[in-house]
Structure formats: structure tokens, C-alpha cells
Design a protein. Sequence first.
Length: 426
Amino acid sequence: MSSARPVEPAASMITSVCVATTSRISLRGNNPVANQVYRRWQISPGQSIAPFIRSERRGIYVLEFSNGDRCVGQSVDVVTRFATHVHGSSHHEPWGDIVAFAFRPIPSGDLNEAERFEISRLRKAGYTLRNKAGNLGHGQPAPFDAVVSIEAQHHWATGAPNYELHSVERRVAAGQPLCADQATVSINPQDGNPVNTKLGDYFAKPSHRQGIWQGVYEAIFDDLGFLLHHVIPNAVDTELDYWTLSDMPSTARGRFATLNTGVLEIAFFPRQPFVPADPRLLEADATAPSFWVHVNFPEHSLLPVFAEKYDLDNVLLHDGEEMYFRCYYPTDPRVASPHWVVGRHSYRVATRDMLSLPVGSLEKFVTVQFPGLLPLLRQAAITMMRQGPSGIFRRFHSPALATQVFSSVAAAKPTAFGASRFSKHC
DNA sequence: TTAGAGTTTGCAAATCGACT
DNA sequence: AGTCGATTTGCAAACTCTAA
């Protein structure tokens, strides 16, 4: 499964270089559903498609709208399914702007794969899709819009507005989420005591306060505090419904914490020290064992940011590949981290670019060292929260740990990106 | 303790199917 | 053909269990 594919540094690289990429997965092959045969009809509002589809009604269809949007769907009876789009259903309002209809009969076999393929193909072709599932980042109405308005989302993503967590003190005093339906909160036995978290217990042990563990506890709170304050919109109002925080979950050999936004995790802190996938990097002076944080960004968003300073022409990252970066001048006060990793991770719901770097350096890294990253990270949070509530992670949420993070935010009282908080990391 | 397999869970999205 | 509620499916973190 694992196969290293080292890449030599380009000769033209400047003050900092990308040392290597490593490939863990490289699965590419011919897609059996690539050869699609669609029949297409132009239709007028209110027109039925029954006359076009006489016999075989099972297959994949594509709706075309007057504004150029597309919608891909599957059905065992496309005529009936079409009606639910025209007349509306619990899934969406009636669509009266369908101008064309394409259909590919598939009498038997897997409709899901064919649908996913068509969605992916149209996305890559640049079409705006009205699908929700399999289409992370869609612009369709979402329940989240009622909690954070579309306008506020836009302001948040572009970095314009006021980021004060005005109700943080109230949240800290309450010791539990202020917004969510409390009746459905599953109570963790440790949640009654706001200072008693599994994370706190772990770092209370003397052996976890020295060596490579020294300062890690505080660093995790720095990163989590930054994420709640500057990345998640209206964190106090959206807690539990649209973001959750897991306290010492056992996921993948254990994590200190996982921060989930909407349907996907946005950041997690492994309990294992970071180890580069490429063994050659172990020899580099900057790769002493340390604990790292991994943060999910939108797909294809990270390399363009680093391309400004690095020679990344024609560099593409495939699924499972990692690209290791080193900065040769870590004494520069603007440098939050002398090394970091950019990877790509495929979740079923979407592929994400993953930024990995030592704990405690996230805020400065995305606001000072590479300020272009912050709007991307905010957009990632909004996109995942618009995709759906955090229901599946709800029961793992630790109000106690969240309270502690909110406390650290309130105590820091940052002004403009907490400049005073940076000093201890430089 | 670690690794891996399998299970649990709530929810959203989509399909199905009975009925008119 | 159209309507609407029931049912199915897929998801992914975090869980438990088992074996070494």
C-alpha cells in the first residue's frame, strides 16, 4: 500500500524549499462508467417527459436550468422522479426553470457509481450543481443559513467584520452550550465538572509535563482557542449543532482532541508525535519528534498559497501524497513554524487539503506567516457547516473541554489577532 | 499497549411505494 | 401524473472487542 515517491528539490528553489513529496496511495485506473451515452431533450416549463421515456426508466438524469446550473440524479422511474423536481418536495422548492433534460438508461447495475461519476465530471467541467449530497460547497439553501445569515457568512469568509465573541463570558459562566436543544445532549460523566477533562487528566501526570510533552497542553489550547474565535463563525451560538469538540477520543491510535465542523472534522491533534512519511526527513535537523495539529482546508486551496514563495510550478498533489516544507530562516520573527506538511485526504463526502504543523503555531502561521490561509480556513468551516449539522458527532462533544477553551479565549482578550499572544511562540 | 476489525449512532439526502 | 410519508442508504468519528 505504501510506496515512497521522493522528488528532488528543484534547482531554482530559493530561501525555503519543499524538501520532498511522498506518495502513500496512488490508485488510478479506467473508470467503467466513463463511456456514458445520454439522450437530451429541450423542454418547456410544465412539460412532462413521459413522451420521451417510453420504456426503460431506470438510470441517471441531468437537469439543465436556464441559468446554466445542472442537477444530477438517479432513479428507477425517472418520469416520476422528474415530477418531484418540477413540483417540489421536502428536499427543495419547485424548480420551474428547467430548460433541458438528459437521460442515460441503466437497466441494471450500480446507479450510485454512475451518479457519482457524472457529478464529479460536471463539477470538473465547471458547472454549478444543485445537488447537495456528493457536492460539498453547494450554494443551495441550508439550515445553517438560519443560524448564521448568508451575508454574515460572506463577511466571515472574506474577513471583513467584527470577530468579537461577545457572549463568551456568558458561555463560560454557564459551563454548557447556550444555544442547542439541551434535552438531546448526551451527558458525559465528566461534564459536570468544568475543570475535569480527560485532556486535563492526561497532562496532569508529571511524565506528561516534561520532554516532548512540555508546553503541548497550552499549545493545544492556543490552537483550539484560535479556531473557535477566528475560524468558526459565531462559535457560542453554533456549538453542538454545527461544531463539536471531542476530548481525548480513541480515533486512529488516539487523539488529544478533535474539532468537528458540520459533517467533517476540521482539526485534530494526534497523541502520537508526528513522523514524516519520508524516512530521509528524519535526518533533517527540524524534524525532532513533536506533536502536530492537522487542519482541513478546501480542496486544491493550499498549494497556490505557498506557490508565491516556493517554486511549485506544475506541482500537483494526488490523493494520499504529502509535501514537506521547510523554512531555512526560522529566526525570522514572522515565522511561526519552520516546517509543515501539505497533504490531500479523501473523505467519502469530499476531498480536503490538509495542513499539518507543530501544535501552538496555527494562529501565527495562518495570520502572519501566510495570511492568505485564514480566509480559506474560514471558508472551509462555513462550507462544512452548510453541508449539515454535526449530529453524528453530537454525543462525543465535551462541553467541559469547550468551556475551558472559551475560558482561555476570554482570558487572552485578544484585540487584532491577539498580537500579544504570539510572543511566547517566537 | 497496540493494531485492526467490526459496530454504533444520528442525521441528511434520496428513493420508494401506496394512494388519489 | 402527482403527492406525501415511509423507508433506505451513506456517512465518518468514536466506540468496543479481540488478538498478539
